[in-house]
Design a protein around this ligand. Structure first.
Ligand code: PEP
Length: 253
């Protein structure tokens, strides 16, 4: 059975002191209130990964993720962070291809394919982001746009590798805008993504891959969004910066 996952992307928010406080609060609430079948992932900025890792300790249902990593294993890449460095702080997830990285840092489908390989080789789980801009949704070509992103960056993987990927569908028009996709829009896209995966890898493999929704998801709308049969959780931006709100999203299952 595929995992239910709620991942928090803290983006460029929270300094070290604030990150430690937020992580402690999340762990405390999750320990008491969260069911074992839901995984929480917290993705703080690089500088706080090590401290947050110590705070998570051996907490069973809260995992550490990074927001990015370099596509090379090591070397002269000033300012970059490698998968080995992520492993050394016990990060088990990394967000790959967030729309902000695609837009502001020019990350392309081909480049992301290489990054996915580097991450998988380090036994870290990529949370691979895809999603269409508003003009594509308005032109009603969103399914092709998103499935093309998946083909270009993931379809070189073999069956065992693709099963290790978590996909996050994040319509760009819903990120940080307060405008959420309807539960129906989310479910339709997730079903299309799963069908696309099945066309290449078969139904059984496709049914094992977790597909998360991201875009202005919060405790008040998570229950409805997560009710879609192909929606396996969320990638949460703004609402992951408040511990109570973040855990309540995960409790919506
Ligand atoms: C995100 O950036 O991944 C995201 C989903 O942000 P928000 O929840 O703030 O829309």
């Amino acid at each position: 059975m595929r995992s239910k996952i709620v991942a928090g992307n803290w983006k460029m928010n929270k300094n070290l002191v604030e990150a430690k406080a937020l992580a402690s609060e999340i762990v405390n609430i999750a320990r008491d209130e969260l069911k074992d079948d839901v995984k929480l992932v917290v993705c703080p900025p690089f500088i706080s990964l090590s401290a947050v890792s110590s705070i998570l300790g051996d907490t069973q249902n809260v995992f550490l993720g990074a927001q990015n990593c370099n596509d090379n294993k090591a070397g002269a890449y000033t300012g970059e962070i490698s998968v080995d460095m992520l492993t050394s702080v016990c990060a088990s997830f990394v967000i790959i291809g967030h729309s902000e990285r695609r837009e502001y840092f020019g990350e392309t489908d081909d480049f992301l394919a290489k990054k996915v390989d580097t991450v998988l080789a380090a036994s870290i789980t990529p949370i691979f982001c895809c999603g269409e801009p508003l003009e594509i949704r308005e032109a009603e070509t969103q399914y092709k746009y998103v499935t093309d992103q998946i083909t270009a960056s993931l379809f070189h993987l073999n069956e065992e590798q693709i099963k290790k990927i978590v996909i996050a569908y994040e319509p760009i028009w819903a990120i940080g805008t307060g405008k959420t996709a309807s539960a129906e829009q989310a479910q339709q896209m997730h079903a299309e993504i799963r069908k696309h995966l099945a066309s290449k890898y078969g139904e059984s493999v496709a049914s094992e891959i977790s597909i998360l929704y991201g875009g202005s998801c919060k405790a008040s709308n998570a229950k409805e969004i997560f009710s879609g049969e192909d929606v396996d959780g969320g990638l949460i931006g703004g609402a992951s910066l408040v511990a109570r709100e973040f855990v309540d999203i995960a409790k919506s299952f």
